[in-house]
Design a protein around this ligand. Structure first.
Ligand SMILES: C[S@@+](CC[C@H](N)C(=O)[O-])C[C@H]1O[C@@H](n2cnc3c(N)ncnc32)[C@H](O)[C@@H]1O
Length: 234
């Protein structure tokens, strides 16, 4: 892993990109604000999931060969002590995200791969862990539409590997009035597409590709770790 930025198919040529709204918002300016605003305010106070809990989730699950899908600013990996000799791949369709996270995590010499998790992944090999933290709610819904991505990530894991992360649910009853207002705004702007996301839907999505699942809901956030990836014929 040498920190180079690789470009892969991130968007269909000439067509409209159905996932663009979910990642285009991460401009260099917004990335500078992201940790304080999203992880400092929205996560703990609006979605009501303490960011330290997600830090602990990384500490528990991130392995030696780690793939981070949608790394954002790299906040969580920057706070994770990875096993010696760790190899990290960052995957995101947004080049600003890759540049920002790769610079912050330079000590890990991550490989950066520009790709959309909803499209065929230009990746092979075996990972011990894949993180999908605060990404699912940015992908076009409903939940079932994300199944090919989950299947593809499961196929990249070692037999004892783990897919872990967190996602904001759309269930109104789990939200405060402030959460519902922000949910409506982010869904209207296409930054989130999680109006129909439920814990049960997420459980079904992950169970299709994994035989074991730990899922708990904290505030309006589902925090999950899926193990025992199922193998599908190619
Ligand atoms: C809300 S941020 C989460 C960042 C980081 N994981 C965290 O928890 O702080 C969503 C991330 O997912 C990425 N993303 C959005 N759509 C994506 C897609 N289709 N494929 C891969 N990554 C995507 C965004 O560019 C961004 O890095």
């Amino acid at each position: 892993m040498d920190g180079r930025l690789e470009a892969a198919a991130a968007a269909p040529p000439g067509g409209t990109d159905p996932t663009a709204a979910g990642h285009a918002v991460y401009t260099p300016g917004f990335l500078r604000l992201y940790d304080s605003l999203v992880l400092g305010v929205f996560g703990p106070l609006v979605w009501r999931c303490p960011t330290r809990l997600v830090v602990a989730h990384y500490a528990r699950h991130a392995g030696r060969r780690h793939l981070d899908v949608g790394p954002g600013t790299g906040y969580f990996l920057a706070r994770t002590r990875l096993p010696p000799g760790a190899r990290v791949v960052l995957l995101d369709p947004n080049p600003h995200v890759l540049a920002h996270a790769a610079a912050r995590l330079a000590r890990l010499r991550p490989a950066a791969l520009r790709a959309d998790v909803l499209r065929p992944l230009p990746l092979a090999g075996r990972f011990d862990s894949v993180a999908l933290t605060y990404v699912l709610h940015c992908l076009p819904g409903p939940m079932a539409r994300r199944a090919p991505a989950i299947r593809a990530l499961a196929a990249l894991l070692a037999p004892d590997g783990v897919l872990f992360g967190a996602t904001v649910l759309g269930t109104p009853a789990r939200h405060t009035w402030l959460g519902r207002a922000l949910l409506a705004d982010t869904n209207r702007r296409g930054i989130f597409d999680n109006r129909s996301d439920t814990a049960e839907g997420l459980r079904a999505l992950l169970a299709e590709s994994f035989a074991a699942l730990d899922l708990r809901v904290v505030g309006a956030v589902a925090v999950f770790a899926a193990t025992a990836p199922r193998r599908f014929p190619p």
